[in-house]
Ligand binder design. Sequence first.
Ligand code: HEM
Length: 157
Amino acid sequence: MFETKPDIAGRAEIEILVNTFYDRIRADEVLGFIFTDVAQTNWTTHLPKMYAFWETVLFRTGGFTGNPIAAHAKLVPQTPMGRAQFDHWLQLFRGTVDDLYAGERAEHIKNCAADMANVIYSRINQVPDPRFDPANLTPEQRARYAQYKSQAQPAAP
Ligand code: HEM
């Protein structure tokens, strides 16, 4: 028999997702110590912050007011925060979503996580965002961007 998983409907599903994800993070060989030892995360405050973050991303409610770039930039001098760490984070996040939910919002939250992982990774390491790295552009994007460039107005004096 097929098991049909629910989609993310609101705050309740987000709390379950976040709790499950950080249970896995805490037990994870690659990333666990960054929270427990490096940042010495206070889970009593971090988990509600992450409920608010994802609620804000998905539903525009939740009232998240943090600074994710600064929070991760702070870690860079203390521990590797490279592509390998972000890819592993994403793999854990996608796996957690897929174990619990299926549907449009489940897909959307995974896409948002991937976009934000790219943004955070590229900003804190001062490397180009891989989505906009010329090496990763499709021929169609390359042609379109070249057209924007040729239409650009000279800057006002
Ligand atoms: C290598 C991957 C990552 C690591 C090791 C990591 C680690 C951390 C740590 C240690 C904190 C601080 C927790 C504390 O207060 O003690 C944090 C905060 C946070 N992280 Fe990540 N993170 C990663 C990727 C991501 C990604 C991809 C996202 C978004 C999709 C994200 C979203 C956040 C948010 C929203 C906060 C709270 C920021 C604030 O306090 O304003 N993280 N992260």
